[in-house]
Design a protein around this ligand. Structure first.
Ligand code: UT7
Length: 331
C-alpha cells in the first residue's frame, strides 16, 4: 500500500515550548481539597506549567514552531502549510494557525486549525502526511498547542489538578517512500462525546450570563469512563498501526504515549508487552497538555538521546471526541 504512494514524509525538525511558570501540587492543595499524595498516586503528576495572562495559545505555538524550524534548518518562508491542533484556540475564529503564520513570518503558507483534542497532533501528522504523499505540498508545519489553564474550572478538584499548558511542533518534509512516517492509524467514537467536553461557547450553548453562571465554559470530564476507554482505544490503535507498519513491539525503540495519567500509561504498556525502559514519560513535569503532549514528549525523547536517527518510535494518543490515533515513525 505504502509503496504505491508517490512520496514518503519524515520529521525534519522538532521543537517544544512550555511556559516558565510552574504550578506545583503543593500550590493546588491551597486552591482545592486535594493533596500531593492523591495527585501523585492517582496520576503521577507532580507539577505543570501555566501560561502568563498575556501569553496565548498562538504564542506558545509560535515558539515551538520557531524551534522546530531551527532544528530542521528551514526558513519560515519555505513552509507550504501550517496545521495547529488545539482545543484552546486564541478565539473561535480566525484560526490560531493564521495567527501563528503571521507571528513566524511563514508568508507562503496556507493555515488552518484541526480539533481532535488530545489526539490532535497525530491527526495533524496524518493530514500533513497525506498532503505530502499526494505531492500537493513539500513542507508542512504541524503544531499541538494548548492553554488549557484558560478552560479549567479551578474549583473542580476532579479536573484542575490534571492539566497544563504547552506546545510542540514538527516540520514534515518529503523523503523516499518507506522511510520516515511508516504508518498512521486514526479512530473516533462520537457516541461517547459527553464524557469529556466543554459544553459552552459553541452554537449549542453560546456565551450568555446563564452559561457563565452554570460553568459551561469549563472542561468537564467523567474521569473513570475516560480512563477505561483510553486504555482500550490506545491498545487497539497501537496494535493496528504496528500491523500496518509490519513491526513487532521488540522492534520499537521508544513508545511515546499521550501523557494523561501514569496509570493509563502503565496499563497500556502492560497489555502491549512494552518493557518499562521502552516507554517515555514526562507527565510528572507537565501534566496533561492535550494536543501538545505527544509532541512535547517526542521532542524531549529526541533531545535527551532516548531516540536516535534510525530508531523506530511508536506514538499513541487518546482524547475527547472520543478520538484516538497511533503512528510508527522511523526517526
Ligand atoms: O487526555 C485524555 C483525557 N483525560 C484522561 O485520560 C484522564 C482519565 N481519567 C483519569 O486519569 C482518572 O480517572 C482520574 C485521575 C481523573 C481520577 O482517578 P480515579 O482513580 O478514576 O478516581 P475517581 O474519579 O474514582 O475518584 C476517587 C475519589 C473520589 O472520591 P469519593 O467519591 O470516592 O469519595 C473523588 O471525589 O477521589 C476523589 N478525588 C480527589 N481527591 C483528592 C477526585 N479528584 C481528587 C483530587 N484530590 N484532586
Amino acid at each position: 500500500m505504502i509503496a504505491s504512494l508517490p512520496h514518503g514524509c519524515f520529521i525534519a525538525g522538532i521543537g517544544a515550548y512550555v511556559p516558565s511558570r510552574v504550578l506545583t501540587n503543593a500550590e493546588l492543595e491551597k486552591l482545592v481539597d486535594t493533596s500531593d499524595d492523591w495527585i501523585t498516586s492517582r496520576t503521577g503528576i507532580k507539577e505543570r506549567r501555566m501560561a502568563a495572562d498575556d501569553e496565548f495559545t498562538s504564542d506558545l505555538a509560535a515558539k515551538a514552531a520557531t524551534a522546530a524550524l531551527a532544528d530542521a534548518g528551514i526558513a519560515a518562508a519555505e513552509v507550504d502549510l501550517i496545521i495547529v491542533a488545539t482545543i484552546t484556540p486564541d478565539m473561535p475564529f480566525p484560526a490560531t494557525a493564521c495567527l501563528v503564520q503571521q507571528k513566524i513570518g511563514a508568508t507562503r503558507a496556507a493555515a488552518f486549525d484541526l480539533e481532535a483534542a488530545c489526539t490532535g497532533f497525530i491527526y495533524a501528522l496524518e493530514v500533513a502526511r497525506q498532503f505530502i504523499h499526494s505531492g500537493t505540498y513539500q513542507t508542512v508545519l504541524i503544531i499541538g498547542a494548548e492553554k488549557l489553564s484558560s478552560i479549567i474550572d479551578w474549583e473542580d478538584r476532579n479536573t484542575c489538578v490534571l492539566f497544563g499548558d504547552g506546545a510542540g511542533a514538527a516540520v514534515l518534509r518529503r523523503c523516499p517512500v518507506g522511510r520516515g512516517v511508516r504508518a498512521v492509524r486514526l479512530g473516533s467514537d462520537g457516541t461517547k462525546a459527553d464524557i469529556l467536553s466543554m459544553p459552552g461557547g459553541g452554537s449549542r450553548c453560546p456565551a450568555t450570563e446563564q452559561s457563565v453562571k452554570s460553568r459551561a465554559h469549563y472542561l468537564r470530564m467523567e474521569g473513570k469512563e475516560v480512563f477505561k476507554s483510553a486504555v482500550g482505544a490506545m491498545c487497539t490503535a497501537a496494535r493496528e498501526v504496528m500491523a500496518i507498519a509490519q513491526v513487532e513491539m521488540s522492534g520499537i525503540r521508544c513508545v511515546i504515549p499521550h501523557q494523561a495519567n501514569r496509570r493509563i500509561i502503565d496499563a497500556v504498556g502492560e497489555r502491549l508487552g512494552v518493557a518499562p525502559d521502552q516507554v517515555f514519560v514526562n507527565l510528572h513535569k507537565y501534566g496533561n497538555t492535550s494536543a501538545a503532549s505527544v509532541a512535547v514528549a517526542l521532542q524531549e525523547a529526541v533531545s535527551s538521546g532516548r531516540v536516535q536517527r534510525g530508531d523506530l518510535v511508536l506514538i499513541v494518543a487518546f482524547g475527547a471526541g472520543l478520538t484516538w490515533g497511533a503512528a510508527v515513525l522511523e526517526w
